[in-house]
Design a binder for this molecule. Sequence first.
Ligand code: CP
Length: 339
Amino acid sequence: MHPNRKKLQDEMAKWQDDFEKRLTDCIGKRKLRSKNVISIDDLSKEEMDLIFDCTKLFKEFIVKPDRKMGLLKGTSQVNFFFEDSTRTRSSFELAGKHLGIDTINISKGGSSMDKKGETLNDTARTLDKMHADVIILRHSKAGTPQMIADQIKAAVISGGDGWHEHPTQALLDLYTILDKKGKISGNKVVIVGDIKHSRVAGSLIRALNKYDIEPRIAGPPTLIPFGLEKVFKCKVFYSLEEAIKGVDVIYALRIQLERAAGAEIPTVREYSKTYCINPARLAMAKPDAIVMHPGPINREVDLRTEVMDGPQSAVEDQVENGFACRLALLYLLLGGDRR
Ligand code: CP
């Protein structure tokens, strides 16, 4: 081995010993009660705080030159994605690998579900018999992660289901608000865009409500479910200019043309004229407001490029925090006395 590599490995081994001690001290007697994370409602506010405390530590780890730890060596993780993904799938896969988990990826194409017609249930039960410890599942149909979790022993984390929820997105979003603003509760938040088809909004509104934030919801009436204010603590605005005034956080959603949103707006150009976050609209928020978006972004439709790439954008921080947050979640779900 090259002497420099050996030196680096020795330094990292020492750092990791110390990191594990700090992680153990940080967690203390706290733990996650639910085996699965399918809805943000599987977590209490205190459990989310625990995840955020660990995320802060894992952010130190992700910038280290040698990011391989055996904290969860001997466990296995299946990433089971039935819809496209860049951020969620890659960050879960890398997080698993960095923690020493044996990680595999399965999609419909190339598995026995495709041409041979094996059902999703039978596929999940088959993987369960290989003693997978955790399955990360993304599916276009709401409720699929719960249906699978009810039949298998492995923990299930939803990577997003239909229009329902995307709980780890909400975790990384709230962590980003905490990181940028120093607190979660007390911030004024506006969520803009296609609320109706957005699983991101489904988890984010629930999560913000846990921290006593009643988000302002802005978008065209056709893209905001009727009666939303009766289900969640929030306030609906059809005028973005009115909703954005004085907020600390602007959260823009993607117009989901693949989920039929196209039929509910006159044209994409008309939507962007009315709801795209541009510099003039950003100027109506607080001067230190941050701009967030779950990605992938339709540039010039959801966010103008000057805003997306500008100093108030937290979009890339969200990606980095998502990685740290998923490391923390996997560690808390599979580590400690869970094994
Ligand atoms: N935000 C999000 O879920 O992105 P991906 O679809 O790339 O995973």
